[in-house]
Design a protein around this ligand. Structure first.
Ligand code: ADP
Length: 480
């Protein structure tokens, strides 16, 4: 593993690589092999406060730069990510488990947010509003919110960070990040590249360690004016409640329970291609993963047959091995959740078409699975599986399937396949979701607004809207 030149085993605070106050560390293991990768500091409230203070000290100089000056550094950071794509991807595969090709794609996707927001930062326009009185002028300016805190998950160890730090820094905010405990090395490698790109000390800080303690400090410290979080709905709810004390601004990207609908007029081969991406990418561990697959009665058997063949072609294994296109699940509890969903569905009458059990490779490897004749009252109809399980539900008409699709507390992504133009608009408008993939299983891009409604969150990331989450509006009423 000595080719991992970007492996950093210390936290990054105020431009320094630091240990925990008491020198405690936590070890991080490769989910594919169980081998130790390295250790990171086990930090808590004290070190978080130090990082917040550093971000606060760095704020005046950073926000005083011109947007163009900040953009140059973000662009340099983007360039360094691209130059180091292989190193970053290997590190990601080793700590997260996703196949190398997927990790390489994530690095490109992650870097794209730095490039995009470097550009968008120059376009934070205000307004000149026609005044209601002749001796008045009315202006609106937008200013950075201040010190922002970010808490990120392990499923996209790099992209979930740049999607937050890109717009924050472009807008003139500084940031303290708590990465997921499973994947700190991708975050620390980004900090290393930020330093090389000339991002000044204190502008971007990474604190590793106790989620509870770091989180509590980030949400209770009055210096922090904004919290941006990607993770589970339960933790998001807790953090939002904690932020209520200071009325901090919050952006939340939470759980999903994406329906994937195949209408009778769909191009089935294209729907299969879409569902393979929407369901099995990252081994089913994304918040926009298709969780419930609704197939029209008239094409159900043909679709199931094609899906079975496609799924049986997956190569499960260590993501570093060539040819492997499905890695391990992140941990034991992820495996248990998939097993629980399968057992529940089978108990309610579902049939296992393929897969259905732990993989012979052992560890947290799991067979990619397809269930048919899944009942609408199964657990998998209500809860996110976050694993390689495709449950096929049967439906007979459009109104029914829209009702099934919307019958969830979540509202992140939904997908459907049809060739009927009127239906396209009818269904897209009726689905209560923030993002709709139509004849497309891949929706994520830096140019479009990513986010959900209902219990899936608040705010949008990426696109021209993403930067709005990091600015305050100020109205100037000028008497002449
Ligand atoms: P997952 O189940 O996908 O790991 P979580 O919501 O538990 O989702 O984790 C997402 C992020 O939230 C991680 O960085 C995790 O450490 C962090 N987290 C979990 N619990 C808390 C908490 N009580 N306070 C702050 N952060 C937390």
């Amino acid at each position: 593993m000595n080719d991992l030149t970007l492996l950093r085993q210390r936290a990054y605070v105020d431009g320094q690589w630091v240990c925990a106050r008491n020198n405690e560390t936590q070890s991080i293991c490769n989910p594919a092999t169980g081998e130790l990768i390295g250790n990171v500091p086990l930090m808590g409230a004290h070190e978080t406060r130090t990082a917040i203070d550093a971000a606060n000290r760095a704020l005046p100089a950073w926000r005083s730069l011109t947007a163009k000056e900040r953009a140059a550094r973000l662009r340099a950071w983007f360039d360094l990510m691209i130059e180091n794509q292989d190193q970053l991807a290997r590190l990601m595969t080793i700590e997260q488990g996703k196949p190398l090709a997927e990790a390489r794609n994530e690095i490109l996707y992650a870097a794209s947010f730095l490039e995009w927001f470097a550009e968008e930062g120059k376009r934070i326009y205000g307004d000149v509003i026609p005044a209601p009185q002749a001796d008045k002028r009315v202006l609106v300016i937008k200013q950075p919110i201040g010190v922002a805190a970010a808490i990120t998950p392990w499923n996209f160890p790099s992209a979930m960070i740049t999607r937050k730090v890109g717009p924050a820094l472009a807008a003139g905010c500084t940031m303290v990040l708590k990465p997921a405990p499973q994947t700190p090395f991708s975050a620390l490698a980004l900090a290393e590249l930020a330093e090389r790109a000339g991002i000044p000390p204190g502008v971007f800080n990474v604190v590793t360690g106790s989620a509870g303690e770091i989180g509590a400090e980030l949400t209770s410290n009055p210096i922090v004016r904004k919290l941006t979080f990607t993770g589970s709905t339960n933790v998001g709810r807790l953090l939002m409640a904690e932020c209520a004390r200071d009325i901090k601004k919050v952006s939340l990207e939470l759980g999903g329970n994406a329906p994937f609908i195949v209408f009778e007029d769909a191009d089935l081969d294209s729907a299969i291609e879409g569902v393979l991406v929407a369901k099995y990418r990252n081994n089913g561990q994304t918040c926009v993963c298709a969780n419930r697959i609704y197939v029209h009665d008239s094409v159900y058997d043909a679709f199931a047959d094609k899906l079975k063949k496609a799924v049986e072609a997956f190569q499960v294994g260590n993501g570093l091995k060539s040819g492997v296109n499905m890695g391990p699940l992140i941990n034991e509890s992820a495996v248990e959740k998939v097993q629980a969903h399968i057992a529940d569905a089978v108990g309610k009458g579902a049939r296992i078409l393929t897969g259905g059990k732990a993989h012979s490779l052992g560890g947290t490897f799991f067979e990619p699975t397809v269930l048919t004749e899944v009942s609408h009252d199964s657990l998998v109809a209500k809860e996110e599986t976050f694993g390689p399980l495709a449950p096929l539900f049967r439906f007979r008409n459009e109104d029914d399937v829209i009702a099934y699709a919307n019958d969830t507390e979540y509202g992140l992504a939904a997908y459907f396949y049809t060739r009927d133009l009127a239906r396209t608009f009818r269904v897209a408008e009726a689905l209560e979701y923030g993002m709709i993939g139509i004849n497309s299983g891949a929706i994520s891009t830096e140019v479009a607004p990513f986010g959900g409604v209902k219990a899936s969150g608040l705010g949008r990331e990426g696109s021209k809207y993403g930067i709005e989450e990091y600015v305050e509006i100020k109205y100037l009423s000028i008497g002449l």
